[in-house]
Each structure stands twice: as C-alpha cells, then as structure tokens.
Design a protein around this ligand. Structure first.
Ligand code: DCP
Length: 710
C-alpha cells in the first residue's frame, strides 16, 4: 500500500437537497423543473436550490425567480417557509436528520453540512474483504459507480475503439469494467490492493445510497477515495445520483486543470494567497515546488500539508459526529434596516430567541441533551467582517424571554450611546444567537428535573415586569413586525418607517453597568443621523409611506412590550464556543463588560453544518445561509439599480452601500466568480447572477418597478 492510500474515505452529498425535500412534501413537483426560492419579494424571490431538470434549462442558484421563468416557462417554485420573520429551515433540518440516521447504520459518520457526511470506511472494507470468499467484484454491484480516469483511452488498451462515440452511461460501464479487470486479486492473509479497497468501499456506499433512497425517498451522490479532500472532489464529478471512485493514480491528470480554489479548504484566503504568492492557478502546478519552498512561503505545517495535498495525499481524520454542535439562528438588517435603537435590538433578539427555544426544546426531546452555553454575535454597521463581536454566557433555561434578556445583557455594553439613551450606536446589521456545549440531559428526573429546578430557581429571581411581559412577547402578539420578512422589502420599508425613538419609559436593565466603547473601524463613520439625513422624498417613497406609517405605529407599540428586565444568573459554566476562541464569555451580570476581541470566524464556529457560498466562496453555517443569501440578493438588487438608473434612482434608492458589508463569513475572499464548490465548477461554472440578470433585462430593475410589483 502506497503512502496516502491507507484509508477508504467517502463523502455522500444529497442532490439538490431542498428541492428534494419540497418534492417529497408535494409529489406534484417531482421530475419537474423546480426551484426553491427564498422569500417572495423582488422578482419573485431569490433561488437557493435548483432541480436537475431546471438546471438543464440554464436555471442556476442565485437567479431571481422571474428571470429563471424566462429561461424555463414551466418552472415550479417552492418557497422556504417563514417563522418569526425569517426563513424557517425546519423541514430541511429534519430531512437531514433522517438521512444521517440511515447513513449511520453503515459506518461511523461525520456530518459535514446539512446535506453531506464523510465516513471512514477502512474498517468496514477490511471486514467485507474478510467475509468475501473471492476478492472479485461483479460490475452489477456497482451500477452507479464511475471510476475517475477510466476508461483509459490509450491505443494499447482500446485498439479498435478510438473512433467510437459513447454516451455517458456506456463510458461509465466501460471504465468500470476496465478498472475491475485491472485490480490485483488478493488472497486471504495478503494485504488487498488500494484499488480493491476503494472498490469494496464503493460497494458499501452503493448499498448505503440505496438504503437512503428507499427509506427517505432522497437521492444522493458520493465520492470514494483515500481522504476527505479527494472524496469531496470525487463526489461532484458525476452528480446527480451517481458515485465516483477517485484512485490516487488519477489525481495528477485531474489536478493539472483543477483551480486551486476548488479544493476543500483552499476556497478562501489560503487558496488566494497560494495563487498570488506562487503565481500558479491549478493544483497540479504546486508539484513544481519543493517541500522546503512551500514551507518557506506558508510555514512548516501548511507547507508540508500542501506538498502532500497537491499529490492527492491528506490525512485529516473523519471525526465521528452526527449531531450539530451548535443550534442557532441569525438575521441580517442591511442598510437602513439596521437596528439603531435598544428597542429594536431587544425585539429582534426576542424573535431569534423564540426560534432558538423551539429548536432547543425539540433537540432536547429527540436527542436527550441540553445546551449550556449561549453565544450572541453582532455585526455593526460598516463593519466588513462576518461578525464584529460575539459573547457568550451560561444558557440557564430554554425560554425565549430569558434567552433574549441574557443576550441583551451581554451585548449591551457594545452600545456606545450609553444606558440612558434610547439609541443603539453603532447600529447593528446582523444579530445571531446560538446554543452550544451540549451535555446529556439528566436521566433520572431527567429533563423535567432540570427544568423544574431551573424554574423554581428562577422564579424567585423573576421580576414581575418580566412575567407580565411574557404574553405580550409571544410571536402572535407581535404580528405586525412578523410581517417584516423579506429583507429587501423590509429594507425599503425601513427606509420609510423608522419607529419613533421612545425617550420616556426606556428600559433600564438591572445589570450590565456602564457601556464600554467598542472599537470603531474607519468605515463606521455613518452615524445614525447621517444615515437618516439621506432620507428620500421622491414619489415611490411617498406612494407607500402612508401604508407603512400604519405599520410603523403598530410595530413601535408592539416593540414597547418587548422590554425586559434582565435577571441575574450564574455563569460558572461559561465557555467560549469558537475555537480558537476569541469570543468573550461572560456573565450577563457582569458590571465591567470589557471590550471583546474581534472574531474572524463564523459565530459559534463549530465546523459542522457549513455550506460553501457559490458567490463568495465563504463557508456559512447552514442556519445562517438564508441571511447570507439575502445579503447577496440585496447586493444584486443594488447593482441592478445602479446599473439601470441614473442619478434620480440614486436619490430614490435605498442606500445599501452605506451598509455594504461583505457577506457574513469565514475565509475572507470575496468575488462572485469564485467558488469552492467543486461540483459546481465541474458541472460548468456559471458567472455571477447579477451579471446574468443585467444581460437578461435586469435594467428594468428600477425602484419604480419594485414598488409596482410589491
Ligand atoms: N443552500 C442554500 N444557499 C446556498 C447554498 C445552499 O440555502 N447558497 C441550501 C440549499 C441546498 C442545500 O443547502 O439544497 C445543499 O446545498 P448544496 O450546495 O449541497 O446544493 P444542492 O444540494 O442544492 O445541489 P447539488 O446537487 O448540486 O449538491
């Protein structure tokens, strides 16, 4: 066995996952060109998942539904549901759990995202090989398996077939036969060849995929190779509903034309830095550099890793993990929708807390565990980082009121306006809260015991005002605000309907002490007043003003009800959840809230459930994806306005640019042409959606037409 060929590692990835979930819910959508769209605002909403039938018509993720319909008249559209004023991913999350459950019967798996999982099949393969009397595998057991690099087309191997044109399935079958014929048979006791091991691994994955389809109705694709990087790469080579073996011997040819950014972990800053530093584009180009050279440029560890990686060798372990390490939710408030008062911050913290409470409760019931740590993150207006600050404290109990009041307490010192003011400065463009640090729920007296202890403990601490506010904090009672989903819509809405700042009756939280100034970035110079001074007065705004004014009043009064008194709690179990940790962990009761460090990682940056954004290559937690997509859709909208409208549009348009923080995430490289999604690339990379839209008549995207449509 050669160095780097010791293991059999697979990645299984669901095909157009959200679409399949919607198709199962509504079978009429099956076998149709179909998309899942987020919100119904501008141009029918933004597309986030596309069936393969729709892809055949040129429909891609990130298009507007209306534009996609121009490409495909029969396009069916399913919509992401909404709850608490934001996207509700419950169906997808639950479907993901079903799939993971089936996969786990076959191997120890590492859930890598909402729809993909790695597995180390080495032990299972050894066992199968022992059980097999003859180490030959019948091609009929590998009905959906491709072998990358096969059929080899040398005239020696295929003396009479150069001129024949094969369709894809014939090619697959020929490649598979050729591969199977090339495998070294091994007898018992003799170590099997790497090729044979991959083949047995592929056989196991065929069984697993069939079981997933039979038991959930969902189809998936897979890659089988010797490590996670190659397995991931292989998985994207022959989607949908197919799997691919990537032997080490086929890596050289593949890497010779594979852009560095397409490799797992190289889609972000490191990939760009390699390209810039060494002046190379493709993975294969790296083999020209010695280990010493790579170490010189990128440090010993990374240099050594790259030296192996460009030869297809990698050793990152598959870490057993089926459950997400964190559960959270977030919401963007771009541009003029940014949160500029304490009331708004509290209101939205509570909306997020309602969702968190619901999901944590379900998780506790299903998985028998409880989270002990609560993390709150924010991004401030003008900040170009994914998250300006995050802080954590003990998660005392699963109750939205408590979660939101503690959340407020630990971030309130970021407000430089001061405790006596109604304002929140600098305004916030992102709020996220998440729970982590899970441990088993107590078994005897179990969860009930846990809860009743907490309840009785807290009852004595619970202030009357908080209790009396509880009912008014119910999601139903805040319906005027609930309707604000659809960021672009609310974005425009907000431009016209800033709620009145309450000068009197402002909350005075009982803990938290003095607000300490948060570090300011240069780009943060837009004060709330400045932003508002750019108010628009052109006709489109006037048209809708009276409509929104009513809402504004409703919203304002509903938000008044959301004021909380922060209660005290203990935070002895307070631990950072981001590793390396730069999150400040604190007691909401902390009188001296010190400045928090900057956090370059995704909030609660556990590595599970990360999706890679096709637009900016950054990795985003699945539960943050709707917000992240929204950011891009808003930027597209802004671009289409600025490209289609003259200066008059500039005055009427909402000033997104004042908040043009890049999308939330890790990795740092932005630029819509970049994508680390290997499979996307291999299927044929599409250019930035915004560009496409403009060329397809996006110039009609004026504010006037926006208001007409909505
Ligand atoms: N997703 C999202 N926004 C994104 C990317 C993905 O909401 N920018 C969601 C919708 C997808 C799911 O995550 O269905 C899984 O993402 P994938 O990138 O794996 O893409 P699909 O499963 O949709 O398609 P494919 O068959 O290409 O994997």
């Amino acid at each position: 066995m050669e160095y780097g060929e010791e293991r059999v590692v697979a990645l299984v990835d669901m095909d157009c996952f959200y679409v399949q979930v919607e198709q199962r819910l509504n079978p009429a959508l099956r076998n149709t060109p179909c998309v899942v769209a987020q919100y119904k605002t501008w141009k029918g909403g933004g597309i986030i998942a596309v069936s393969y039938e729709a892809r055949d018509h040129g429909v891609t993720r990130n298009m507007w539904v209306d534009d996609a319909k121009n490409l495909c008249q029969d396009l069916q559209v399913a919509r992401v549901r909404e709850l608490h004023g934001k996207a509700d991913l419950t169906h997808y999350r639950e479907a993901s759990v079903e799939v993971i459950e089936v996969m786990s019967r076959f191997a120890v798996i590492e859930r890598a995202s909402i729809d993909e999982a790695y597995m180390d099949l080495t032990a299972a393969v050894q066992q199968r090989l022992k059980d097999m009397s003859v180490n030959r595998i019948d091609p009929s057991l590998l009905k959906t398996t491709y072998i990358q690099g096969y059929p080899q087309s040398s005239s020696e191997l295929e003396p009479h077939t150069e001129d024949l044109v094969f369709d894809k399935e014939e090619q697959r079958s020929r490649g598979l036969h050729q591969w199977l014929a090339s495998l070294t048979p091994s007898s018992l006791g003799e170590q099997s060849s790497a090729g044979l091991q991959l083949t047995v691994g592929a056989f196991i994955v065929e069984e697993m995929r069939a079981a997933v389809e039979e038991q959930t109705g969902f189809r998936c694709s897979a890659g089988i190779s010797h490590n996670k990087v190659l397995a991931k790469l292989a998985c994207g080579l022959n989607k949908p509903n197919r799997q691919t073996i990537l032997p080490l011997a086929s890596v050289t040819e593949l890497f010779n034309s594979l852009p560095i950014g397409k490799i797992r972990n190289l889609g972000g800053k490191l990939g760009s830095s390699i390209t810039e530093t060494l002046g190379v584009e493709n993975m294969g180009d790296l083999t020209r550099f010695s280990q010493a050279q790579l170490e010189l440029h990128f440090g010993d560890k990374t240099g050594r890793w790259l030296y192996d990686l460009c030869r297809g060798i990698e050793f990152e372990a598959v870490k057993p993990r089926q459950l997400p390490k964190s559960i959270g939710c977030s919401k963007n408030f771009p541009g003029k929708t940014s949160l500029a008062t304490k009331e708004e911050v509290q209101f939205w913290l509570h909306q997020l807390a309602l969702e968190l409470e619901e999901r944590l409760t379900k998780d506790r019931d299903v998985n028998g565990r409880v989270a002990k740590s609560l993390t709150v993150g924010v991004r401030q207006l003008g900040d170009k980082r994914p998250s300006s600050f995050s802080r954590c404290c003990a998660l005392v109990r699963y109750e939205a009121t408590k979660i939101s009041s503690d959340s407020f307490a630990i971030i309130k010192s970021l407000n430089t306006a001061g405790n006596q003011q109604a304002a929140w400065t600098p305004p916030l463009t992102l709020l996220h809260i998440s729970a982590s640090k899970f441990s088993d729920a107590p078994s005897s007296g179990g969860i009930t015991g846990f809860l009743s202890t907490e309840t009785s403990l807290s009852q004595s601490r619970f202030s009357t005002s908080q209790l009396s506010n509880k009912s008014s904090l119910d999601a139903k009672s805040v319906s005027p605000c609930k309707q604000q989903h659809g960021t672009i819509q609310s974005f425009f809405q907000k431009a016209t309907e800033r709620p009145t700042i309450q000068k009197d009756g402002e909350e005075e939280v009982s803990v938290g002490g003095k607000a300490s100034p948060a570090p300011k970035s240069a780009s943060e110079s837009h004060s709330g007043a400045e932003r508002r001074s750019s108010d628009v007065s052109e006709s489109p705004r006037r048209h809708i003003k009276s409509f929104f004014q009513k809402r504004s009043t409703e919203r304002s009064s509903s938000m008044k009800n959301s004021l909380n008194i922060v209660e005290k709690n203990n935070s002895e179990d307070c631990v950072p959840v981001v590793s390396p940790s730069r999150t400040q962990c604190e007691n909401p009761d902390n009188e001296q809230a010190t400045d928090v460090e900057l956090n370059p990682n995704p909030p609660s940056g556990a590595s599970e459930d990360l999706l890679t954004c096709d637009r900016c290559s950054q990795e985003v937690l699945a539960w943050e994806m709707p917000e992240h997509n929204d950011y891009h859709f808003a930027m597209d909208l802004q671009k289409s306005f600025s490209s289609s409208s003259s200066s008059s549009a500039a005055t009427t348009s909402c000033n997104i640019s004042s908040s043009s923080s890049p999308p939330p995430l890790r990795g740092g490289v932005t630029g819509s042409a970049q994508s680390s999604r290997v499979k996307t690339k291999i299927r044929g990379q599409s250019g930035p959606a915004a560009k496409k839209l403009r060329s397809q008549g996006g110039s009609a995207s004026t504010l006037d037409s926006f208001f007409k449509k909505n």
